[in-house]
Design a protein around this ligand. Structure first.
Ligand code: IPD
Ligand code: CA
Ligand code: CA
Length: 273
């Protein structure tokens, strides 16, 4: 399928970084048995992947700005364009040799995401979208799931971990999800959670405490697949607030309602504690 020039640039960068990560995943699997474990090795793999992506993107668009998880923000002469990159999303999965991780690249033009890509090197799932041109998985057009019955829905989430986040709120949100949905999943790579919403694999997804590089490509994938996506108050401040709720119209609306009720219960609990 013919892609635009900018998508081809993004694909080339993601594939090159993906080859590096796929090679490193093999080494990580060997290092699992070492006492020290592969943490330092994964940090190096992460940084190597970002350097590869940055090198490829700046070769093609030298004047664009760059925001990467590992290297931070670098302004370019062209102030209207910025790459937003997570070179390895799902680091903990990768660290444990779990083949569910991704390279995610988004292009922002005057504050609007106009192109997005999320690529899992472990299974070669390549999700791409350009504003106004649809969303694709391995060149096949994708759309969000059409399900409207909550009791048939499989829902993804992100959960507090490593001492971060409001555990009491999460417990109430999980309880609400378990009462209403057919299944709850926590797969550990936010960029793929959003890509799987766009592909209709998950019916809804929510998470807090995310970074712009976790969200940028996925917001476009979901919208171009006919989905609805917002911050947890139903607004547009997804990247700035670092929070997301996504699904088809019904699932997105019902998920926001359930999370709002869980938040009200949490606030009541805090008042009476
Ligand atoms: C993480 C993953 C995870 C999410 C975390 C993110 P990283 O990204 O997306 O699913 O729950 O909040 O930090 O650190 O593996 O790039
Ligand atoms: Ca990430
Ligand atoms: Ca990352």
């Amino acid at each position: 399928m013919p892609h635009s020039a900018i998508i081809n640039v993004m694909i080339k960068a993601a594939y090159r970084a993906g080859r590096s990560l796929k090679h490193d995943l093999g080494e990580v699997e060997n290092l699992q048995v070492s006492l020290k474990g592969p943490r330092n090795f994964v940090t190096a793999a992460d940084r190597r992947a970002e350097e590869i992506v940055r090198e490829e993107l700046s070769k093609a668009r030298p004047d664009y700005g760059f925001l990467g998880e590992e290297g931070g923000a670098r302004a370019g002469p062209d102030k209207s364009h910025r790459w937003i990159v997570d070179p390895l999303d799902g680091t903990t999965n990768f660290l444990h040799g779990i083949p569910h991780f991704a390279v995610s690249i988004a292009l922002e033009r005057n504050g609007v995401i106009v192109a997005g890509l999320t690529y899992n090197p472990a299974n070669d799932d390549l999700f791409v979208a350009e504003r106004g041109k649809g969303a694709f998985l391995n060149d096949r057009r994708i759309r969000v799931a059409a399900r409207s019955r909550l009791e048939e829905a499989v829902v993804a989430c992100g959960l507090p971990h490593s001492g971060r986040g409001d555990l009491a709120l999460a417990r109430r949100e999980i309880a609400a999800a378990q009462r209403n949905f057919a299944g709850l999943r926590r797969f550990g790579a936010a960029t793929l959670d959003l890509a799987w919403i766009a592909a209709g694999r998950f019916d809804a997804y929510w998470e807090r405490d995310l970074s712009p590089w976790d969200l940028a490509a996925g917001t476009l994938l979901v919208r171009e697949a006919g989905g609805f996506i917002s911050d947890l108050g139903g607004g547009e401040a997804i990247l700035s607030k670092g929070q997301v709720a996504a699904g088809n119209d019904t699932m997105h609306r019902e998920l926001l309602r359930l999370l709002k009720e869980a938040g009200r219960q949490r606030a009541e609990e805090a008042e009476t504690a």
